[in-house]
Design a protein around this ligand. Structure first.
Ligand SMILES: Cc1cc2nc3c(=O)[nH]c(=O)nc-3n(C[C@H](O)[C@H](O)[C@H](O)COP(=O)(O)OP(=O)(O)OC[C@H]3O[C@@H](n4cnc5c(N)ncnc54)[C@H](O)[C@@H]3O)c2cc1C
Length: 431
């Protein structure tokens, strides 16, 4: 009996897609070469939930997903004995910079219904006294003397009060897996897909590393940073349109200074003025990463099985020095502490949620370091695309529209097409 659908990858995306396919009766089988759900790049995610994206459909996706996170247990309809991931609302402060001005997102927020507050410099001094509000743009390498030049003015910002983060991203994947199993999905770990077979231009089976061959009618590529490798297995090496590749990224852990811990009003700060972001974390800490400022060299990775997964002194120095410039009271530990993991970056830092040129082979890839937050809604989007294509709809010519029941918006799934003209975005993790 062939499995209705095989999902390659049991990260947050594969688990979300498994749940929605199971609810629609596809009996999906999730295969993952790792030890458990969310053990890949999902486990290293900063798991920030925010709404400032460059395009309307991306904002709608984030806004609907945030509402799903708010009703997580109800949406899943199960109790996970490991516990449930929590959405901790902190708010997000986006400091003013040419890359992230309020005017670029204001109309999108107004259309979609995302609340925000504009804060001038005086408001910021009053509400966030521990922030240095100096304007230093453009970001510079920290070993460049120009990094230490005096500021040229002070910053304003905007605040989105509904932003926050998920306290345990791997647990969120586990929660989805438990719900998916209850709905009829199966999961198999320590199992690598090493081949994808087709017959007459359509998927017919996957080949496993133990020599087994599983007949199937549908395969979903949800392999995260391995997405381009899995596309090659399906013979889509020379894919037209948007492509994906892995990018190494570090996230550092620092002690949270007064006013920035989770317990005393700490907010997420997006700081494209200095080229960093940081957010409060559990245990009195703060985590910090980069937003790909032009002065930094990006570390593209050809083989996702072979990269340095430890934080390096160089990136640590760059990221923590930038945070320390913004938060002068922070104490910077003497050794690098944190994680290094991979983003799966698309040509325009917008994901691909789509069919492919091979019938029965679907793509949930190119998540570009910014899609954890959207995982709850990616399952429904992929399920709608798969159902429509399998029913004969030409999704390329007539893209599926997906309703957002909690926020009353409609997402044009064609926005995430592999054949799109690349979107105009920040060309960074900010999307
Ligand atoms: C450091 C970092 C910080 C981030 N911060 C944020 C953030 O703050 N907010 C946000 O929204 N997003 C963030 N992201 C992005 C987000 O975490 C990812 O988009 C998301 O976790 C990707 O999930 P995934 O399921 O696609 O990939 P993964 O979690 O990597 O899962 C893919 C799975 O596929 C499996 N696999 C691959 N190839 C095969 C094969 N051939 N056979 C079987 N299994 C296979 C792997 O073992 C892996 O478990 C961040 C990402 C990173 C790395």
């Amino acid at each position: 009996m062939p499995h209705g659908a095989v999902i390659i990858g049991g990260g947050i995306m594969g688990c979300s897609i498994a749940l929605e396919l199971a609810r629609r009766g596809y009996s999906p089988l999730v295969l993952d070469k790792g030890p458990g759900p969310g053990a890949g790049s999902t486990s290293s995610s900063s798991a920030i939930i925010r709404f400032n994206y460059s395009t309307p459909d991306a904002v709608k996706l984030a806004w609907e997903s945030a509402h799903m996170w708010s009703q997580w247990a109800d949406y899943l309809g199960v109790t996970d004995e490991l516990g449930m991931a929590r959405f901790l609302r902190t708010g997000q402060l986006v400091l003013d910079s040419p890359a992230t001005p309020l005017c670029k997102v204001q109309a999108l927020f107004d259309d979609v219904g995302v609340p925000y507050e504009s804060l001038n410099t005086a408001n910021l001094h009053e509400r966030f006294p521990s922030l240095d509000l100096g304007r230093y743009y453009p970001p510079k390498p920290v070993d460049d003397e120009a990094f230490w030049e005096d500021n040229h003015g002070e910053l304003a910002a905007y605040l989105t009060p509904d932003a926050g983060f998920i306290d345990d991203p791997a647990l969120a994947a586990h929660n989805l897996m438990v719900a998916a199993i209850a709905a009829g999905a199966t999961f198999r770990f320590h199992t690598e897909v090493v081949g994808i077979r087709q017959h007459d231009g359509r998927i017919c089976a996957v080949q496993l590393d133990d020599g087994g061959v599983l007949p199937c009618a549908i395969v979903v590529n949800a392999a995260g940073p391995y997405s381009s490798r899995v596309n090659r297995l399906a013979g889509l090496a020379a894919a037209k349109g948007v492509t994906t590749r892995a990018l190494r990224q570090e996230v550092d852990v620092l002690p949270a200074p007064h006013g920035f811990s989770i317990d005393d009003g700490g907010v997420i700060v997006t700081d494209a003025d200095l080229g960093t972001y940081f957010r409060p974390h559990l245990g009195g800490t703060l985590i910090a990463g980069g937003v790909e400022p032009e002065c930094d060299t990006l570390e593209w990775v050809d083989d996702p099985d072979s990269y340095n997964d430890m934080p390096t002194a160089e990136v640590w120095a760059a990221q923590t020095t930038r945070v320390a410039r913004r938060l002068p009271d922070i104490g910077v530990p003497m050794r690098p502490t944190g994680v290094a993991a991979l983003y799966d970056v698309s040509s325009d830092w917008v994901p691909i949620y789509d069919r492919s040129d091979l019938d029965g082979f679907y793509l949930a890839i190119g998540t570009s370091g910014n899609q954890f937050k959207n995982a709850p809604m990616v399952g429904p989007i992929m399920a709608e695309i798969i159902a429509a294509c399998e029913a004969g709809r030409d999704h390329d010519a007539d893209p599926v529209a997906v309703n957002c029941p909690l926020t009353c918006n409609v997402i044009d799934a064609g926005h995430f097409s592999r054949t799109r003209a690349v979107h105009s975005t920040t060309n960074s993790v900010l999307g």
